[in-house]
Design a binder for this molecule. Structure first.
Ligand code: DX5
Ligand code: ZN
Length: 214
């Protein structure tokens, strides 16, 4: 069954601990935490102190998505509370070295590609990854529309992982809702990030169950 990783980017941070309890009860698989630096993406979000607080409130694995310039500078810091730590292919690091460092720190490693980057660009990095993340919107903001070009990339990554006999998670992030979730899962996604669709709902649990059952 497809895994769900709700993104708390558009959550109300003052009531987040209640919301996390509701998401745990609804059976989500991890929590997606978007770190933005105002450089790599035009927006700012939160840093490691907030992630530390969230970690103290939940046993859910934390799926930390770094949208920051030269992410190698911050890997050791974010590895402290992350279970999965992802960073962008385009962000100006020695990507292989950064993936190795994440694993060395005992954290699951992941590389992310923006809509302008091909799936093929990361094929040779896949053996160093526990997860690969395909952006289906331009990174930086929640609530955008799903870009269907992501579907081909998900399938290309699924096929390449099968060809190389690699059992890694394939995650998709941006614009996931009841319409796009089944398309992404059919194309090869094993983990769906969903922000707005879950956090804008009156009843978050029913949205989680809806996506899981599609
Ligand atoms: C966008 C972030 C996403 C975002 C997804 O840069 O990486 O994780 O929160 O939000 P929705 O599901 O609303 O597109
Ligand atoms: Zn994200």
């Amino acid at each position: 069954m497809v895994k769900i990783s709700p993104s708390v980017l558009t959550a109300d941070f003052l009531t987040l601990s209640d919301d996390i309890k509701k998401l745990e009860a609804a059976g989500v698989d991890m929590l997606h935490l978007d770190v933005m630096d105002g450089q790599f993406v035009p927006n700012l979000s939160f840093g490691n102190p907030i992630i530390k607080s969230i970690k103290a409130h939940t046993d859910l694995p934390l799926d930390v998505h770094l949208m920051i310039d030269r992410p190698h500078r911050y890997i050791d810091e974010f590895a402290e509370y992350a279970d999965y730590l992802s960073f962008h292919y385009e962000a100006g690091s020695d990507n292989a070295a950064t993936l190795k460092r994440i694993r060395e720190l005992g954290v699951k490693s992941a590389i992310v590609i923006k809509p302008c980057t091909s799936a093929q660009a990361v094929f040779d990095l896949l053996p160093l990854c526990d997860m690969v993340l395909v952006m289906s919107v331009e990174p930086g903001f929640g609530g955008q529309k799903f870009m269907p070009q992501a579907l081909e990339k998900l399938s290309a990554l699924r096929d390449e992982c099968a060809r190389r006999n690699l059992n890694i998670e394939i995650e998709v992030d941006g614009g996931i809702n009841a319409e796009t979730a089944p398309l992404a899962a059919r194309a090869g996604a094993t983990v769906l990030v969903a922000g707005n669709y879950i956090f804008s709902a009156e009843d978050m649990a029913s949205r989680v169950k809806e996506i899981k059952s599609l």
